[in-house]
Ligand binder design. Structure first.
Ligand code: NDP
Length: 462
């Protein structure tokens, strides 16, 4: 048996890497983990967590307005961008410390350096040049924003990375993309008082979501004052003499804005990782190719999380890490379950969703029943807001199973988590019907939609 410096060497201190290192070390394995920047990865440092804090910050403008309907008089309000950044940075520093402590307390060794694959069992630590060996190497380096190098002037644009540390809040912004990040940041900037325009190449934003959610969110965002331009893309970005940006769209329109933000997907962070030194296979997008147990084509090298481009979500990376530990260190081969992942878009209003959208379901099943409720939430009666909540259940008529659940409205993300359990458990519409409502809540609609709004049989609405 060859001997190695470590049982496991993890490259990348994000959600997947930290979970793997911590669990393996706590089982008594000799573990090392290398992180070139900050522990916590995209989610903690420049993703989910700071984004959600920004979402909260951006919602206060509406809270102040809504307060009047409930008898409150709110004095003059002002927003201080620098104060938000400082408070956010302090919280992120705290979380980063917890992530680091998690691995060191479990007994893993931490290397604050970039690490490169040097061979099937060897890793080079860039800061010192040392090469260490490990029985297993786990790559969990995540992804990075697609820089869209084909766009003239792309270097003048920001990505979500920079949005968390802008020196000043822009007065106006143009955001390119129609996915999670573009939509979430459009709402954040708008809520903070920035004149916001979204430009998306397709017919409707959020292309992978249920059609009703997409349309209703689009309408709600426009009603708030976000400008959305579909069927168009940015063709060129230039800097003006005052340091602002001019963006020319393919459709001919020219927009003068303080910032242009690109949110056009995230690429696996595999360039210059030394994968070729061990012959690790990647796909056309640069993602590491893995099997159902997160094994690469090299027997000693594994990969999980965004770098494998399976499903780019934090909880998925964590789940893949736990499966890796079960398989490799507990003798219990476990492959990650990527089916029926509930997800939220922290737009305003929020989206919470799990399972098939209407279009997909009507192709997958011979007949579906669609239960749909759209109503003004109770809070909006006194606040005077016109925003509506939308709830939709998709049921496979053959076995009555609920195969899709979609919500647009307050706390939709929280509801999606619970709905995720019901779909995973294979609950039928009858299970929903015999569940007592919690009153008065918005979610009670989910168990009181007794009659289908319409059916779709063989792709035709009947
Ligand atoms: P998404 O994949 O969600 O969206 C990318 C968007 O960019 C799509 O609208 C896509 O259009 C568009 N696009 C891609 N390439 C081009 C191009 N060359 N020109 C014009 N438009 C283009 O990526 P995001 O960057 O928004 O987010 C990355 C990932 O991070 C997400 O997939 C998600 O998994 C994760 N994330 C999750 C969040 C959450 O859970 N709340 C929040 C933020 C991110 P089209 O639709 O036509 O392909």
């Amino acid at each position: 048996m060859p001997s190695f410096d470590y049982d496991l060497f993890v490259i990348g201190g994000g959600s997947g890497g930290v979970r793997s290192a911590r669990l393996a070390a706590s089982m008594g394995k000799k573990v090392a983990i290398a992180e070139e920047y900050r522990f916590g990865g995209t989610c903690v440092i420049r993703g989910c967590v700071p984004k959600k804090l920004f979402v909260y910050a951006s919602q206060f403008s509406e809270h102040f307005e809504d307060a009047a309907g409930f008898g409150w008089t709110v004095g003059e309000s002002r927003f201080d961008w620098k104060a938000l950044i400082a408070a956010k940075d302090k919280e992120i520093e705290r979380l980063e410390g917890l992530y680091r402590k998690g691995v060191t307390n479990a007994g893993a060794e931490v290397f604050e350096t970039r690490a490169l694959i040097e061979g099937p069992n060897a890793v080079r630590l860039v800061s010192t040049g040392h090469v260490v060996t490990a029985e297993r190497i786990l790559i969990a380096v995540g992804g990075a924003p697609n820089p869209h190098e084909a766009l003239p002037g792309h270097e003048l644009c920001i990505s979500s990375n920079e949005a968390f540390h802008l020196e000043a809040l822009p007065k106006s912004i143009l955001i390119a993309g129609g996915g999670y990040i573009a939509v979430e940041f459009a709402n954040i900037f708008h809520g903070l008082g920035v004149e916001t325009t979204l430009v998306y190449r397709g017919k409707e934003i959020l292309s992978r979501f249920d059609v009703d959610l997409r349309r209703r969110l689009h309408e709600a965002m426009e009603a708030k004052g976000v400008r959305i331009i579909c069927h168009d893309v940015i063709e060129e970005v230039r800097e003006t003499s005052s340091g602002a940006r001019t963006a020319r769209l393919k459709g001919g329109e020219v927009l003068n804005v303080d910032q242009v933000m690109l949110a056009l997907g995230r690429d696996p962070y595999t360039k210059t990782l030394g994968l070729e030194n061990a012959g690790v296979e990647t796909n056309a997008k640069g993602a590491i190719v893995v099997d159902e147990y997160s094994r690469t084509n090299v027997h000693s090298i594994f990969a999980l999380g965004d770098v494998t481009d399976r499903v780019q979500l934090t909880p998925v990376a964590i789940h893949e890490a736990m499966c890796f530990i079960e398989t490799e260190y507990k003798g219990n081969p476990t492959s990650p379950d990527h089916d029926l992942i509930a997800t939220a878009v922290f737009s305003q209003p929020e989206i919470g969703t799990v399972g098939y959208g209407e279009e997909e379901a009507s192709k997958a099943f011979e007949e579906i029943e669609v239960y749909r409720a759209e109503f003004r939430p109770l809070k909006a009666t006194l606040s005077g807001r016109t925003e509506k909540t939308l709830m939709k259940l998709i049921v496979n008529a053959a076995d009555r199973k609920v195969v899709g659940a979609h919500i647009l409205g307050h706390d939709a993300g929280e509801m999606a988590q619970i709905l995720g359990i019901t779909l995973k458990a294979g609950c039928t519409k009858d299970d929903f019907d015999r569940t007592m409502a919690v009153h008065p809540t918005a979610s009670e609609e989910l168990v009181t939609m007794y009659q289908p709004t319409y059916r779709i049989r063989n792709g035709e609405r009947v």
